[in-house]
Design a protein around this ligand. Structure first.
Ligand SMILES: *Cc1c(COP(=O)(O)O)cnc(C)c1O
Length: 391
């Protein structure tokens, strides 16, 4: 990588691994193992004295290309790709925490992430406290002598609450803990948590990084030392990504910036339009001046993301009507796709979260989550208009 390259160039040309054939596009190495010229080479490869590949559960050139490109985009020393976003989250937390440690996290977490944090980790003897992500005083008050990790999503899913990454990084470091940010909703095209002080930026690459709804994958970026620790777990427990998925995700990155710029502009236009709609109670989008953390979002994000949440007047019946009546939006849980999607978080993505948990996170029965894609924004607006009109 040239030191002067801008992120848009890195997204296309960063981290390529080119073989002896001088292929122009990143090659797909579907090979479970790699051969060694001699017994001595094999022994040097296995103890790590020689760089190279041995077995694709450990590393693979196509995976390495994706990891290197992501690390450059996040401003990190090293990247590690995993089988899914959940594998990225689980492997990171389980590698950095052990029996007796305390994890301080947020109320507002993706449904499966909440299960890992609140149900699985306590079974391993890890203490967990969750707080309101935007309440800095609550984070500070919940720090314990054994707090090793602070972990959150910002903006949160689905309400887009924006937490102060710089302030949380300072708090974590003051207490000898690390700050992990789930950057799924933004991707590095919108926010670079490591540049704001976070130790690790991780994400489900299934979403905006792929961008075309094709592949499941995850990515963890951070310092050499932290990623080495997580990689030691991943390569042993087998949470590695498939080379095929890494190859798809690398190609997804090539259009990341143009996709996100247009999708965020579409999302902004729809959020503004929804906010003045008579059937809409409330709109949650960081780009709106009505958003409680609008100023902070402007400081730490380049744009405001693709997810717009809004509450229809009424409750579940009215929200389900909108889901059933849309003709262009896809009824599916994926987000960050070029195709716009709609979900009812209360009965889908957050259905396993307890009633109290949903109440604390502000997930009501009238709430809908949109992920805005690349369709013409007038068509998206017309579709929502006809769906809302039928309530
Ligand atoms: C989708 C998602 C995950 C989980 O990612 P998978 O790739 O589905 O395993 C984690 N966190 C957030 C914020 C997500 O949106």
């Amino acid at each position: 990588m040239s030191k002067t390259w801008h992120p848009e160039t890195i997204a296309i040309r960063g981290g390529r691994q080119i073989s002896d054939f001088s292929e122009h596009t990143q090659a797909l190495f579907m090979s479970s193992s790699f051969t060694y010229p001699t017994a001595e080479d094999a022994s040097r490869l296995f103890v790590g004295e020689q760089a190279g590949y041995t077995y694709s559960r450990t590393s693979n050139p196509t995976i390495a290309a994706f990891e290197e490109r992501m690390a450059q985009l996040e401003g990190a020393e090293r990247g590690l790709a995993t089988a899914s976003g959940m594998a990225a989250i689980h492997s990171t937390l389980i590698s950095l925490l052990q029996n007796g440690d305390h994890l301080l996290s947020s109320h507002s977490l993706f449904g499966s992430t909440s299960s890992v944090v609140n149900n699985m980790l306590p079974r391993y003897g890890i203490e967990v406290t969750t707080v309101n992500p935007v309440d800095l005083a609550a984070w500070e008050a919940a720090i314990q002598p054994n707090t090793k990790v602070l972990f959150l999503e910002t903006p949160s899913n689905p309400l887009g609450e924006v937490a102060d990454i710089k302030a949380l990084a300072a708090l974590a470091h003051q207490h000898g803990a690390v700050l992990i940010v789930d950057n799924c909703f933004c991707t590095p095209a919108v926010q670079q948590p490591i540049k704001l002080g976070a130790d690790i930026s991780l994400a489900s690459a299934t979403k905006g990084i792929d961008g075309h709804g094709r592949a499941i994958g995850g990515i963890v970026c951070g310092s050499n030392a932290l990623i080495e620790q997580i990689w030691n777990h991943v390569k042993t427990a087998g949470e590695i990504i498939s080379p095929f998925n890494a190859w798809l995700l690398s190609s997804g990155l090539e259009t990341l910036f143009v996709r996100l710029e247009r999708e965020c502009a579409n999302a902004m236009a729809l959020a503004q339009w929804l906010e003045q709609h008579p059937k809409v109670e409330k709109v949650y989008y960081g780009g709106l001046e009505s958003h409680p953390q609008h100023e902070l979002a402007k400081q730490q994000q380049r744009m405001f993301g693709v997810v717009v949440a809004f509450e229809v007047k009424g409750g579940r019946k009215e929200a389900w009507h909108v889901v059933d009546a849309v003709e262009l939006f896809s009824r599916t849980g994926n987000l960050g796709d070029v195709k716009s999607t709609i979900t009812h978080p209360y009965t889908t993505t957050h259905c396993r979260v307890s009633e109290e948990g949903k109440a604390a996170a502000g997930i009501t029965e009238g709430l809908l989550r949109l992920s805005i894609g690349l369709e013409n924004v007038a068509d998206l607006q017309a579709d929502l208009e006809q769906a809302l009109a039928g309530i």
